[in-house]
Design a protein around this ligand. Structure first.
Ligand code: ZN
Length: 410
């Protein structure tokens, strides 16, 4: 383990504490914990995570954590495991134990709940998303407790249900109920162990073109809503997509849009009077959901303006939100970057392109970052895997960041 004292000191990690905590991480135990967790099929839907949560609670309780489960649905408990000094700052580790369905198992070469260990990887549904993060957080918590280092604050290990649906019974409940009131939040999702200062916003929209029905043999009697939609789609591609590509941000991928659903037509010989598409818009910090909606509306209106008998409507998705972002120079971001530097990992700041449970914490005003092992491109696909090395690095990085934020100081 590279002991880079000066880096640790910069972010308030005592060298002696760092050594003790890192020595308390057992690589074999960590890998086996992940494999055991992957073998528990906590598929959402239905999202029953009772076994997975009990599995996480057991070693934490044994190591002296005060543990409770809280929630609003019997099959979707959330773990709140606390350790340390209640009168200091509170750091919350959050990740989710539910996983998406496997899809056709014939597409897998490793059984989805077999937790195969091969080529330095653990395979299985949830190996990366999100059980590697859960494992690293639980193991980092255990290392802090077992090492005997003095803490000046409190660690809350919060492993939750329901992330893969909408978080209502999981992180949303945790935040809204006030079950956890942290000073810092590290949400574990697949970031390749890079520090994500926040996550993109979203502002989806359903665009509907309306025309007039007619017999398919007499199309001039009608107004074809699908053909009108063709113009709208082309206009979005020609005008909006290039604009979004130009909306860059130093930490995030550029702004984006994608037409992900289409619906239209009633029969092969009927001119359609209605067609809808769903536009998935992802926002970088600085973009306003209402403005992005108006932007789509204007382009769609102009696209059908010259087509007789047609009009267009745009309706916002039920949940729209701006991007979230923690201050790059905040104690939380500096602690996580410091941990990565200590370990010789990436010191680059990035943004999370997907949505995470971090949005609930960030919206409530809690400083929140996203960090975890695994590649987001492997999430939700067959033969999902996580590298053993990155799992262990994440465990160490979480533990060091915790020392920086809630460790004892001279
Ligand atoms: Zn996830």
């Amino acid at each position: 383990m590279p002991g880079k004292g000066p880096v640790g000191e910069q972010v308030g990690i005592r060298e002696e504490d760092a050594r003790q905590v890192l020595a308390a991480i057992d690589p074999e135990e960590t890998v086996e914990f992940l494999r055991g967790l992957v073998r528990i099929p906590s598929v959402n839907p239905e999202g029953d995570v009772r076994d997975a949560i009990a599995y996480c609670m057991k070693p934490l309780a044994a190591a002296g954590f005060g543990c409770r489960t809280v929630g609003i649905e019997e099959t979707k408990p959330n773990l709140v495991a606390e350790f340390g000094q209640a009168n200091g700052p509170t750091l919350c580790f959050n990740a989710h134990v539910d996983v998406v369905p496997t899809g056709a198992e014939s597409a897998w070469t490793h059984p989805p709940f077999g937790a195969d260990l091969a080529d330095g990887r653990v395979y299985g549904r949830g190996a990366g998303d999100d059980k590697a993060s859960v494992t690293a957080q639980v193991m980092a918590g255990l290392a802090l407790a077992r090492s005997g280092v003095t803490l000046g604050g409190r660690l809350v290990v919060n492993e939750v249900a329901d992330e893969e649906t909408n978080g209502t019974a999981g992180a949303k409940f945790i935040v809204e109920s006030g079950e956890v009131r942290p000073d810092f939040v590290i949400v574990g999702e697949q970031t390749l162990n890079r520090v994500c200062v926040g996550e993109k916003g979203t502002a989806g929209a359903t665009i509907t073109t309306f025309g007039r029905a007619a017999h398919g043999a007499l199309p001039w009697e009608g107004a074809n809503a699908i053909e009108a939609m063709g113009r709208v789609v082309a206009a979005l591609q020609d005008e909006l997509w290039p604009r979004l590509e130009a909306r860059t941000h130093p930490f995030f991928h550029h702004s984006s849009g994608s037409i992900n659903m289409v619906q239209g037509g009633v029969k092969s010989n009927v001119v359609p009077d209605r067609c809808s598409v769903y536009v998935d818009r992802r926002l970088v910090p600085g973009e306003d959901p209402a403005e992005t909606q108006a932007e789509i509306e204007e382009i769609a209106r102009l696209a059908v303006a010259g087509i007789a008998g047609t009009r267009v409507e745009v309706q916002a998705a039920p949940e729209v939100r701006p991007a979230t972002m923690s201050e790059p120079d905040s104690p939380l971001v500096r602690a996580m970057i410091g941990a990565n530097q200590y370990l010789g990992l990436s010191a680059e700041l990035t943004g999370f392109s997907m949505a995470s449970d971090g949005r609930f914490f960030a919206a409530a005003g809690y400083p929140t970052i996203i960090y975890g092992p695994g590649d987001p491109r492997l999430a939700h696909v067959p033969d999902e895997w996580v590298g053993v090395d990155e799992l262990l690095e994440a465990t160490r990085a979480y533990a060091l960041a915790a020392l920086a934020l809630i460790g004892g100081h001279d």
